[in-house]
Design a binder for this molecule. Structure first.
Ligand code: NAP
Length: 255
């Protein structure tokens, strides 16, 4: 039976770890050939090996999404590798300073959050959509926002601002290119067990326990649970879905 992404070429940023890595494995499971990209060549290369070991087809291309020239080159290299681009998961992100309040947040922390988490997504969309238009074919983009893109989080002002911004960018691009059959959606993960979350809780069991207690379902999410939503949004099964900010959070946003 053909997979949901059979014949498609995918691109994933932040593919070296956590949500990006698991989504890469799911893209391959569903039949996509893909480019795994990350700022970190070691972890990105490991993801490619995992995909290949599972029988999938992937190459690694390094890219820092905070640099426009690197993002432009990433999309060009994807087309060079596979001839086209059909779906992209703009997922690279950082947590920044998770202790700073509105008054203790530094200019550097604010700027870094915006450069990577917000402008990084815009840069990816800019070159990906240009490529879709050049091909004259439909395309699907999923951007990683967050539960923090929908609600405020004390001590997260710059991250929250960037992730709210991702939803605005998503809705705008969705409307701008709807007529060309280019769909643009966002996922808003709740607390997902990844290296980023481990850094946020300081690796402590007490920290994890506190997190679990806040979850309606009583547990944290798995990276693959985000990946499954991304696969669906990228697939033709979601052909009438665009401009959506989809919570994948075990019910947290419903509280
Ligand atoms: P992760 O395990 O830290 O993975 C993020 C990946 O992005 C890492 O491989 C990281 O490389 C890479 N990266 C960082 N800065 C980059 C840049 N400038 N250019 C390209 N790649 C870069 O985190 P994750 O939890 O999987 O997070 C993935 C996305 O989900 C992020 O956008 C995050 O904000 C979002 N999210 C996560 C959660 C959660 O609970 N985990 C919840 C909501 C939203 P290095 O490791 O080398 O820095």
């Amino acid at each position: 039976m053909a997979g949901d992404l059979e014949g498609k070429v995918g691109l994933i940023t932040g593919g070296g770890s956590g949500i990006g890595r698991e989504t890469a494995l799911l893209f391959a499971r569903e039949g996509a050939r893909l480019v795994v990209s990350d700022v970190n060549p070691e972890s990105g290369g490991e993801t490619v090996e995992l995909v290949q070991r599972a029988g999938g087809e992937a190459v690694f291309i390094r890219c820092d999404v905070a640099k426009g020239s690197e993002v432009e080159a990433l999309v060009a290299a994807t087309v060079e590798a596979y001839g086209r681009l059909d779906c992209a998961f703009n997922n690279a992100g950082i947590e920044g300073d998770t202790r700073a309040t509105t008054i203790t947040c530094t200019e550097e922390n604010f700027d870094l959050n915006i450069e990577v988490n917000l402008k990084g997504v815009w840069r990816c969309m800019k070159y990906e959509i240009e490529q879709f238009l050049r091909q004259g074919s439909p395309g699907a983009i999923v951007n990683t926002s967050s539960l923090a893109g929908l609600v405020g989080v004390p001590r997260g002002n710059a991250y929250v601002a960037a992730k709210h911004g991702v939803i605005g960018l998503t809705k705008t691009a969705a409307l701008e290119f709807a007529k060309q059959d280019i769909r643009v959606n966002a996922v808003c993960p709740g607390a997902i067990e990844t290296p980023m979350l481990n850094r946020i809780v300081g690796g402590s069991e007490k920290g994890y326990e506190m997190m679990r207690k806040m979850e309606p379902v009583g547990r944290l999410g798995k990276p693959s649970e985000i990946g499954e939503a991304v696969v669906w949004l990228c697939s033709d099964r979601a052909s009438f879905v665009t401009g959506l900010a989809m919570s994948v959070d075990g019910g947290s946003y419903a509280q």
